[in-house]
Write a protein that binds this ligand. Structure first.
Ligand code: PGA
Ligand code: ZN
Length: 401
């Protein structure tokens, strides 16, 4: 019923103005799905390989499409993703490009869903899904690799943990974003934005903590529910062995100092979430921090785990982190992302479904989060390519997809 009849690939723009891969998958019975690959800037060393869009498209046309058209069913995600892996022939999708792979994988899922008429989250997660919603982590202030001359810490994220609905949570994050703008104006700070729509002022991290703390508290008072905040430190980007540790604008912190610094921040600001507080090779440092503050905050591995079951397995063994970021393009297919989620859930690790800094209006991750009962989703607070996912969550909650 969902036999693939055609796969079309093209270069489209992403939110940074770079070319990315968009895929259309067509099936018997008139099935159709379209999806586009996102792209990271602070990418992990162990991620699946993204090829230049034109090259990824050429390779996929040559090697993958012949294994899909007339051969696999879009409704059978494992079959589609196994064909992609076989066509690629490497263990990191460097053959056809993880960008071609993930675009085709997600487009196939949408095509499969379109034939049955089920919403994508239900196609992916089953009929009992769609009742629990992730808490959106909204990027409010940031720097790192996402903006020049801004904070060292890559992202300060609002976490509206007390919101009674996903839509109220989403609007609370937008209100925190607006409140930070007011505070920056009051302080006479310029208000440029980074790649994900977060404010990117030339302030130091200490001032950013002060501002985001004030803004989340003010909005929490207005909306009447708890809003905490969290961080993506993206520490792998700061770590420099030759410099002796984590290079901040004003100092270098050794691994021990970094663990202590982050643990102190968690306690001082009652942080709900800390992503990549240590380097992507430092399972031990992650375990150390998790031991200290893992009972009161989510310690999340992004560049550490790269949505990879082998790396997550190692982390579970060592007690490194207590949650995992899930980015389908880090691993190449939806099936691989599901495997990572399953392993996480079996081991009581939370999973946080995430966008990339380079995005399109593709909203697949909103469905993936609902389909897998993700406790959190990280997909920005404002900007069109971010609101595409947030508004899709609102529609899912409203039973309107
Ligand atoms: P990236 O950043 O998409 O540039 O990798 C997002 C993140 O680090 O979580
Ligand atoms: Zn990250």
């Amino acid at each position: 019923m969902t036999l693939v009849t055609d796969v079309r690939l093209r270069r489209v723009l992403d939110s940074r103005g770079n070319a990315t891969v968009e895929a259309d998958v067509l099936t018997e019975e008139g099935g159709f799905g379209r999806a586009a690959a996102p792209s990271g800037a602070s990418t992990g060393e162990y991620e699946a390989i993204e090829l230049p869009a034109a090259e990824a498209i050429a390779k996929a046309r040559e090697d993958a499409i012949p294994r899909l058209v007339g051969e696999v069913h879009a409704g059978n995600q494992r079959e589609v993703d196994a064909a992609l892996a076989a066509a690629d022939g490497t263990d990191d999708f460097s053959g056809i490009g993880a960008n071609s792979a993930v675009a085709i994988s997600m487009a196939a899922a949408k095509a499969g869903a379109s034939v049955t008429g089920a919403p994508l989250y239900q196609h992916l997660g089953g009929t009992f899904r769609g009742n629990t919603f992730p808490i959106p982590l909204g990027n409010i202030v940031g720097g790192g690799e996402h903006a020049a001359d801004a904070t060292d810490i890559q992202e300060f994220l609002a976490a509206p943990v007390g919101a009674p609905s996903v839509s109220e949570a989403i609007f609370a994050n937008a209100a925190v974003h607006a409140k930070v703008h007011d505070i920056l104006i009051e302080r006479d700070e310029p208000c440029g934005k980074g790649d994900e729509g977060a404010w990117a002022p030339s302030i130091d991290d200490a001032e950013a903590f002060e501002i985001v703390d004030e803004a989340t508290k003010a909005v929490a008072d207005e909306v009447g529910f708890e809003i905490r905040f969290g961080l993506d430190v993206a520490a792998a980007e700061m770590y420099d062995e030759d410099e002796g540790g984590y290079v901040y604008s004003d100092q270098v912190r050794s691994t021990e100092e970094q663990v202590e610094y982050i643990a102190d921040l968690v306690r001082e600001y009652d942080l709900k979430y800390v992503e990549d507080p240590l380097d992507e090779d430092d399972y031990e440092g992650f375990a150390d921090l998790t031991e200290q503050v893992g009972d009161r905050t989510l310690v999340c591995g992004d560049d550490l785990f790269v949505t990879n079951t082998d790396r997550l397995g190692e982390g579970i063994q060592q007690g490194a982190a207590n949650s995992i970021l899930i980015k389908p393009n880090q691993i190449g297919t939806l099936s691989d992302a599901f495997d990572a989620i399953e392993l996480a859930v079996e081991n009581a690790y939370g999973h946080v479904v995430s966008h990339r800094s380079g995005e399109t209006t593709d909203a697949t991750i909103a469905h993936l989060a609902v389909a897998t009962d993700a406790p959190f989703i990280k997909t920005g607070a404002v900007a069109g390519e971010r609101t595409a996912k947030l508004n899709e969550l609102i529609r899912i909650e409203d039973n309107a997809v």
